[in-house]
Write a protein that binds this ligand. Sequence first.
Ligand code: FAD
Length: 303
Amino acid sequence: MSLARDLLLAGAQSRFLRETAPKLPFVRRTVARFLPGEEIPDAIAAAKALEAQNMRVVFTRLGENITQAAEADAVAAHYLALFDAMDELQRRPEISVKLTQLGLDLSVAQCMENLSRLIERAGCESIVWIDMESSEYVDVTLELFKRCKRKYPNVGLCLQAYLYRTAKDIEELAPLEPAIRLVKGAYKEPPALAFPKKADVDENFFHLAGRLFRTPKATVVVATHDTALIRRIEKLSAELGRDQRSFCFTMLYGIQRREQLRLAEQGWDSRVLIAYGSYWFPWFMRRLAERPANVWFLVKNLL
Ligand SMILES: Cc1cc2nc3c(=O)[nH]c(=O)nc-3n(C[C@H](O)[C@H](O)[C@H](O)COP(=O)(O)OP(=O)(O)OC[C@H]3O[C@@H](n4cnc5c(N)ncnc54)[C@H](O)[C@@H]3O)c2cc1C
């Protein structure tokens, strides 16, 4: 299982695959399960359908590690256009962005400027989430998050339960009254930095969720599709006397739809992250790596 995950994550970095696979019809058919489309109207249409089921959405436009300054500015401009399109929706959506998409590899100043434009445009009712990328970006991402948080209330950060350091990062962030989205982690990390065993990642996730629930004034997003973990967290929140809507669960579009709906129907704040855009290949490979059984779905579409 771990070998399959490693191979799929290595494939996510392959330039050859990135250029050829998206042209293959069976790959496109498979990705359609996780991606409502490549353009803003596709994402908005998917959000409307989810709104009708009592779920709010978070949008992310796929893409990472851009190489030209103009590309980073174009990404920021795209998100500004998305904010205009969001006016069609009844519940204020949020966005989630990768700092490498906003120019982090080229210039921290430019990245910060692009991020600030988005946070200002979002307005105080809508959090701009910063995705967490692979481990070499964690320090700089934390640094930029802290800088933004001192200036703006409506910025949130994703933290990964597979990293040993995350417990300490949460302690350091706690005084800032942070908005934290907790995930397991999607990248290939060495055992020196991340728990190699899934059971340990799951246990750390539960422990960190508890720590976040006990952090005064923290906004907490539990982002997992793991139904056993979700049940434990529901129970924990009740034990801690938390209101059902004092935090939210968020899952990815197309994954565990029944669970998304169950949570919404039972009164939890259930949200869905909608990824869209044309640069979907590495993202798609990470989704396959999370559940190598998805590869059979790909094979079925080939046949
Ligand atoms: C809202 C959101 C935001 C995220 N943001 C980030 C981020 O910024 N940085 C980052 O590193 N990671 C991010 N992730 C991905 C995350 O790190 C995990 O890789 C991903 O959520 C899978 O882990 P899991 O918690 O669902 O648990 P797992 O134990 O992997 O999965 C639990 C169960 O969920 C189902 N499932 C999980 N993944 C899939 C899939 N791809 N296809 C079909 N079924 C599946 C399966 O039934 C599986 O048994 C995000 C995830 C979510 C939901």
